[in-house]
Design a protein around this ligand. Structure first.
Ligand code: ADE
Length: 394
């Protein structure tokens, strides 16, 4: 993670987080460990919990405790009660800054925060989390400044599309060893993540069907060359179903009724609500685990395989986004936290990542890849600034 390493080197020299407590609720992975180390290099005291009961890499959690003395509250496979206790520990840490993935932590801190508001601000890593925080903001309930890290240009362009695009398929293949070539892959939701998954599935030789409720996105999918149809229609055609909508029960009883024998269902959205598990359990005559993280439900004699209990498949069944892409996301997070730590940030509300911060991260990444680019001549820059007609224009 060369960009994050450069940020960490500067942090170690300048100590911009000296004396700050930072609560971090992220998937506990090797990439997250590098972010935690960068924050510590900047002088922060860090407490870490997992954003998902199934995504913790226990060896990473142990290493952060043993080698770095970080307070880690996470264990792979933790119960929901334990998850809630771990979140409460992050609140009890009384952080001045927070990094979140899904908004559980910021929502809890937002409730706990006093009128004097010690909390300088937080960053949010996911689309789902930002939906929740914007709802709080619209209701006039959000008491802290939150930087929408997920909507930074670098994150938008690379994280969801390339990171989840690759790692969701990686999770499905690791869990099942299914052949993607020639399979009918149904992608439900065509945001950045859905786009990434659909494109990569196509690249592997799958026939991809896209289901979408937004007409613009549906049209984009069609123009990209995918079949587009309602999910009920796709249910009878698909071999592999991947939900990535951020919504609830996008696959339910009607879809399970129509699915073919051997269908595989995976969710790549943040919460485990996209597949209606109660409806699947109710429809099934029997269920059994056929491989780790693969549960087979028998519905009217047809076998339907649910992966990772409907939890986010790229982290539950694989290692999440590769380090090369988390490098960008976490460099954005570290720089946004540095800005918030100065205490001069915007007031309560959800705020965009400043443009210059995004450009800085992209510049450092290009640098680390040894890629050089042109820059505008003074004349070209003046022309764009003034926006005057060129001499030969009418
Ligand atoms: N979210 C998706 N992939 C991740 C990773 N590798 N580490 C932390 N958070 C992630």
């Amino acid at each position: 993670m060369p960009v994050l390493a450069r940020v960490a080197e500067r942090f170690a020299r300048e100590r911009p987080l000296e004396g700050r407590r930072v609560s971090v609720c992220l998937h506990v992975t090797a990439e997250t460990a590098n972010l935690v180390r960068a924050l510590a290099a900047g002088g922060a005291e860090v407490a870490l919990a997992s954003a998902n009961p199934l995504s913790t890499q226990d060896d990473v959690a142990a290493a952060l405790v043993d080698a770095d003395g970080v307070a880690v509250h996470a264990v792979h496979g933790e119960t929901l009660d334990r998850y809630a206790e771990h979140l409460a520990a992050l609140v009890a840490f009384e952080p001045q800054l927070a990094i979140d993935d899904g908004a559980d932590l910021v929502c809890a801190l937002n409730e706990a925060v006093g009128a004097e508001g010690e909390l300088l601000g937080a960053t949010e890593e996911t689309t789902t989390g930002l939906v929740r925080l914007r709802r709080l903001e619209a209701e006039g309930e959000l008491k802290v400044p939150v930087v929408a890290a997920n909507e930074s240009r670098t994150e938008r362009a690379f994280n969801d599309r390339y990171g989840t695009g690759q790692s969701a398929l990686d999770g499905i293949v690791r869990a099942t060893n299914v052949l993607l070539s020639g399979a009918v892959v149904v992608v439900i939701g065509y945001g950045w993540t859905g786009k990434g998954i659909a494109l990569r599935a196509k690249g592997q030789g799958a026939n991809v069907i896209v289901c979408e409720v937004d007409p613009m996105r549906a049209l984009e999918a069609r123009m990209e060359g995918f079949e587009v149809m309602p999910a009920l229609e796709a249910a009878a055609r698909g071999d592999i179903f991947i939900t990535v909508t951020g919504g609830r029960a996008v696959l339910g009883a009607g879809h399970f009724d129509a699915m073919r024998d051997g269908a595989i269902i995976a969710n790549a959205g943040h919460f485990d609500v996209e597949v209606d598990l109660e409806a699947l359990e109710a429809a099934a005559g029997s269920r059994r685990e056929v491989r780790p993280l693969v549960e087979e439900f028998t519905v009217d004699g047809r076998r339907i395989n649910l992966l990772a209990h409907g939890r986010v498949v790229n982290l539950a069944a694989a290692d999440g986004h590769p380090a090369a892409v988390m490098d960008l996301s976490f460099a954005v997070q570290a720089l946004a936290i540095e800005q918030l730590a100065r205490g001069e940030g915007p007031g309560p509300g959800v705020h965009p990542v400043p443009e210059e911060l995004d450009r800085e991260v992209a510049r450092l990444k290009l640098d680390s890849l040894g890629v050089e680019i042109d820059s505008l001549s003074e004349e070209q820059a003046d022309y764009l600034r003034a926006w005057l007609p060129a001499p030969h224009d009418g």
